[in-house]
Design a protein around this ligand. Structure first.
Ligand code: XIL
Length: 362
């Protein structure tokens, strides 16, 4: 009798081991990042129009449920002359998203970089007045956010206006002509263009205490004045050596205390130590040196990915999105810095790296 029961129990255990193994296998094949994180937050990726017409598109549809145009909606590319908009690339990205039921994060309506040359000057080449600049900003935002109303669910309205050094607000053509007022105005115009879009302030190096404090001060001030800002985008251009868990958690808690939703908007983890930041480097076309993705880089990077996603899950109630900046290591915006980088979860053949497993096993 006893041996029979024992046999029966052993076979039951065997069956359950086999089915769970089968399930696991199936899980690995069928699920993408977006499915593992279904109950947490959308997982997005920055795209170029060409990504949507090549093998990358299959990977995008399998792994992600949100996209951000890497460049196509920036002021320079989309509004090259005062009376000319170039809608083609942004339209193609938005229609891909609509066809495939992906969310779109719009990026970005007001920034100091990638601005069109006509924006700050009149026909004689002199600076325009503050009134003219704000009028131009307004008509730009009404046109762009208006065109994609209801299709772009969230906008990075203002990008990177906090200074890295001692200044509070970054000095730029914007501040030279319009002081600091353009920041609040940009949010007001965006809200007018699409009252349902979630409006973000977006920046990098948000885990460095001094910059975090300044961003906090800016956002607190905007909220107190009733400016329609609902979220903060933490770019997350990180590296194998930073940020630490403590720095990251401190940023999340601090910004969440303002009642803002948090999104990680441009995630990549450079394999080179040091702060990556997110600064645009001049002379991006430098000759590229040979570089290898070593097993040491692989190990350090997977540990960092594991840690940051662990923190994201822990703080899920404040986090409403995580977006990677580029699809795979085949192409990253960081490659233009004289050496190849390998900052993403998919390798140059679009295969999942070891770090992928660290992100989805929890
Ligand atoms: C980068 C793009 O990835 C590059 O293709 C482009 O040459 C420069 O801009 N912070 C931002 C993004 O907010 O818009 C930047 O994107 C990366 C840093």
């Amino acid at each position: 009798m006893r041996t029979r029961t024992l046999k029966f129990l052993t076979s039951l255990a065997l069956i359950s081991i086999l089915t769970s193994a089968a399930k696991n296998h199936q899980t690995k094949d069928d699920k993408g990042l977006k499915d593992y994180y279904r109950k947490y937050f959308p997982i997005g990726v920055a795209v170029r129009p060409s990504d949507l017409q090549s093998v990358e598109s299959q990977l995008i549809l399998k792994e992600f449920n949100s996209i951000t145009p890497e460049n196509a909606m920036k002021m320079g590319p989309i509004h090259p002359r005062e009376n000319r908009y170039n809608w083609r690339d942004a339209d193609s990205i938005v229609s891909f998203a609509v066809r495939n039921k992906l969310k779109v994060r719009g990026h970005t309506l007001c920034w100091h970089a990638q601005t069109p040359s006509w924006l700050f000057t009149d026909s004689a080449g002199n600076n325009v007045s503050k009134e003219v600049l704000l009028q131009r900003l307004k008509s730009h935002i009404l046109a762009v956010a208006g065109r994609y109303k209801g299709k772009v669910y969230a906008w990075d309205v203002v990008n990177e206006v906090i200074a890295d050094g001692n200044d509070f607000i970054r000095k730029s053509k914007w501040t030279e002509i319009a002081g600091e007022e353009f920041i609040a105005k940009a949010f007001e115009y965006a809200h007018e263009a699409d009252p349902n879009a979630v409006l973000f302030y977006n920046d990098y190096n948000t885990e460095i205490a001094s910059k975090r404090e300044k961003i906090y001060r800016l956002l607190k001030g905007l909220k107190e004045k009733g400016v329609p800002v609902q979220g903060v985008g933490l770019q997350a251009h990180w590296s194998v050596s930073s940020p630490s868990r403590e720095e990251l958690e401190e940023s999340i808690t601090k910004f969440a205390s303002l009642g803002l939703q948090i999104q990680f908007t441009e995630l990549d983890i450079s394999v080179y130590a040091g702060r990556q930041g997110g600064q645009l480097i001049q002379n991006q076309q430098r000759q590229q040196q040979e570089s290898q993705f070593t097993s040491e880089m692989e190990q350090k990077q997977l540990e960092k990915y594991k840690m940051v996603f662990d923190v994201f899950r822990k703080h899920r109630k404040h986090i409403t999105g995580v977006t990677f900046w580029n699809v795979s290591d085949k192409y990253s915006w960081l490659d233009g810095r004289g050496r190849k980088n390998f900052p993403l979860l998919f390798d140059q053949n679009l295969q999942r790296k070891k770090a992928y497993a660290e992100v989805v096993e929890f």
